[in-house]
Design a protein around this ligand. Structure first.
Ligand code: GLU
Ligand code: ZN
Length: 329
């Protein structure tokens, strides 16, 4: 039967190209305020335009990210009122939303790159890579000097007996430029600023760069809101989207939330983990203070996510590092 109202709504959604944002936490501990701020803004950005949120658990490193932490993370997000529409333990159309269960999917895309002749084995140990890489990226990652690209067949065969290699992507000689939805233009000349990066580690675990691209594409994510520490990963990811023929999302990188003395917040900082926050504050208090830090409220007063979605404004989100006042939490 024809249902004009439903049809109209479907069409409007299509025209609007509904935003699909995501939470992509790596649950190697309890969430801290920095993770929370990212989750809140990803949620607000999607919900303020009537969009949806996918929850994907980035537990590629399964030993560091036990299932118990992922379960706690879901409880914490529920407690905060940051609900998601698809994924997590409830699953959804993309199958499992735990990266630790998706190796077969990554394998297929990895093989595509391999068939295109863009992948080569690297037998270097971590310290060899460090020692042989003169320039390092700003984030400290060494830029690989392509030592193993030039190995002879015999050398390769000999090394193969000693260790199983990591697999690297041969980056093309080009600049990848894009405009970040929040921070503006950013570009990298791949050979000098990035280098050939790892797609699969020696122990067979696929790298974050490949998994995140495949997952965001297959899960229909069209808006990625995350910390500015990942801005430098974006050119690599845009390259993979193109090589794999996948549609890239819009990226919005957020300033980092730092302690008042400028140190990076980490999961080890018990003072700002949700475990402690939950004992001292209500969820609206935590949300309101974060929204204030993100420029959305005049005062750090309690607020509900759904109320904030009505007034959310990207223009008000700071563009430089946010310092956490000592007396805020
Ligand atoms: N899993 C990453 C983290 O928790 C985020 C990856 C992303 O947003 O692309 O830091
Ligand atoms: Zn190597």
């Amino acid at each position: 039967m024809e249902n004009p109202a439903a049809l109209r709504e479907g069409l409007t959604r299509l025209e609007k190209r509904e935003t699909v944002g995501r939470f992509a936490p790596s649950p190697s501990g309890r969430m801290h305020l920095g993770n929370l701020l990212c989750s809140l803004l990803a949620w607000l950005s999607a919900k303020s335009t009537g969009g949806r949120i996918v929850l994907r658990i980035e537990d590629l490193d399964a030993e560091r990210c036990p299932r118990a932490f992922a379960d706690l993370l879901e409880q914490d997000l529920h407690w905060l009122g940051l609900d998601w529409d698809e994924g997590g333990s409830a699953g959804g159309p993309a199958g499992s939303y735990y990266q630790s269960n998706r190796a077969e999917i990554y394998e297929k895309y990895f093989e595509k790159l391999q068939k295109a002749g863009l992948v080569y084995p690297c037998y270097c140990s971590r310290s060899q890579v460090r020692a042989a890489s003169a320039p390092h990226r700003e984030d400290g990652t060494p830029i690989y000097n392509r030592h193993c690209l030039h190995l002879s067949e015999e050398e390769r065969a000999a090394l193969e007996k000693k260790r199983s290699p990591a697999m690297r992507l041969l980056v093309p000689d080009e600049t990848i430029a894009f405009t970040d939805g929040h921070l503006g233009p950013y570009s990298e000349y791949l050979p000098d600023d990035c280098g050939d990066f790892v797609l699969r580690r020696g122990d067979g675990v696929f790298a974050y760069q490949l998994a995140v691209v495949v997952d965001d594409a297959l899960m229909g994510v069209n808006e990625v809101v995350r910390g500015a520490d990942l801005l430098q990963s974006t050119p690599r990811q845009l390259l993979l989207y193109r090589l794999l023929g996948l549609q890239a999302p819009r990226f919005c990188h957020l300033p980092l939330l730092l302690a008042s003395d400028g140190r990076r917040l980490s999961k080890r900082d018990g003072d700002v983990s949700l475990e402690v926050l939950k004992e001292k504050y209500t969820a609206p208090q935590v949300i309101g203070r974060l929204a204030w830090l993100a420029g959305q409220l005049e005062r750090p007063e309690p607020a509900a996510p759904a109320e904030l979605a009505k007034i959310f404004d990207w223009e008000k989100v700071p563009k430089t590092d946010i310092f956490l006042p000592d007396d805020l939490f």
